[in-house]
Design a protein around this ligand. Sequence first.
Ligand SMILES: Cc1cc2nc3c(=O)[nH]c(=O)nc-3n(C[C@H](O)[C@H](O)[C@H](O)COP(=O)(O)OP(=O)(O)OC[C@H]3O[C@@H](n4cnc5c(N)ncnc54)[C@H](O)[C@@H]3O)c2cc1C
Length: 483
Amino acid sequence: MAVYQRALCWVRRDLRLRDHTALTAATRQAREVIVVFVFDTNILRKLEDKDDRRVNFIHHSLKEMQARLVKKGADLLVCHGDPVLDIPRLAQELKVDAVFTNRDYDPYARKRDRIVEQKLKIWDVTFHSYMDQVVFEYPDIATRQGEPFKVFTPYKNAWLGALRPEHVAEEKPNLKRLAPVKVFKEWIEPWDLGSLGFKENELWVQPGEEGARAAWRKFQKYIHRYHKDRDFPALKHGTSGLSVHLRFGTISIRELVRNAMGRKNEGARTWLSELIWRDFYQTILDRYSYVVRGAFRPEYDSIRWPGKESHFKKWCAGETGYPLIDAAMRHFARTGWMHNRLRMVVASFLVKDLLVDWRKGEAWFARNLIDFELASNNGGWQWCASTGCDAQPWFRIFNPVTQSKNFDPEGRFIRENVPELAAFSNTHIHWPHDAPDSEKERTGCRLGKDYPDPIVDHALQREKALKLFQDVAQAALTPAEES
Ligand SMILES: Cc1cc2nc3c(=O)[nH]c(=O)nc-3n(C[C@H](O)[C@H](O)[C@H](O)COP(=O)(O)OP(=O)(O)OC[C@H]3O[C@@H](n4cnc5c(N)ncnc54)[C@H](O)[C@@H]3O)c2cc1C
């Protein structure tokens, strides 16, 4: 039953009309619902690249959403400004009784929403927020003591144990309740990319709900193989490629979980685990927001990383002389996406071979990843740097050449992304520096000229990394002297 005459549904990282919690609630509780999106100048201002892929993805996805709304006789109301000002202003000018939105656990978003809610209260407008981007939030899943889990496996077991069909039931908005465009026509302003101060960029991924559905349809043919294929970056369908869609909510997490739960095979079970990792890191960010500034385990903040700026730049450019690292970083520069196995290998290399502060790598990923997600990126970096909750133990260090042999055995991914090495044999492509002279000559690749010499020696750097961590571990065990 409708309790409000008119409401706004403020979409942010949920750019879809299907299976949408806030829109369902809004269209249930209000007679007329206006869907609004704010291009937030507080966020856009900080983006260094004018052809930012995320802005492009959002823009295309909103255009698609708008076309759907127009077909229903409605439209999408888009603003370019500060939501803390724009949402209360629109609420007042459009005489709405309530604002409906889905929750976001990013510390900036939480603060923004608190301020918006307070401002709306002044005008007697109710603010409703819903869980939508995750399946469970804290304290739905908590330890017996009521604390958030800090270790993944017990979290996952509790998550699976708690799951009931109603947690992932489809939320169906009643699109007949969308406000006709005449209600808000005069508030509609142009929102082409140029007017937002951005430029077009060619996206490797199809945006919008259509793009999400196409990727999801394709992946369903391969999901049963996921546990076998997921670690091989050269395989085109080894993983779903849905991270950007989950990031911007062009597909519902509930739909994916419903589907995966219905499949009784190891591939689907393993894939579901990855979706649970996503929920886990959202909870960590939500409950321990200090991770945005430093290590989850603060003792590791005392490490003084001796890595060189020049090495960091070579890592970014894919010029380290380690073929798999360079292939991953060059592919990343081209597409804005990186395979999970490679994210782990390049992150480990930056921290434990180049001895560069993990926060620099985290920031580079944040700047360039199309699927950049504060919670998963921070969690992933802290896992690789061994500073996080349930992180990789510090004494376990990836060998980038062994990783290459194991996960790109025929060098297909390397050949695609580091073409100057393409003619090396499967045996030597992982470490061409030790190839016999005859092979070096045959390939025509002059190592040190056409392809860089290795910038560090893995074995030596590994020892240095172990020492850095050992010192911290020892300091943590040694009781501080009383003063
Ligand atoms: C250093 C580092 C940084 C990362 N940064 C991000 C990031 O900014 N955004 C992001 O979405 N993921 C991040 N991840 C996790 C993971 O690498 C990507 O989610 C995955 O590669 C996306 O590809 P996919 O959609 O094909 O994944 P699939 O293998 O198909 O997995 C399905 C979904 O599960 C989720 N997922 C998978 N693995 C993880 C994981 N380890 N942690 C959390 N969620 C996961 C993603 O939403 C993904 O789309 C990072 C991992 C590391 C090691």
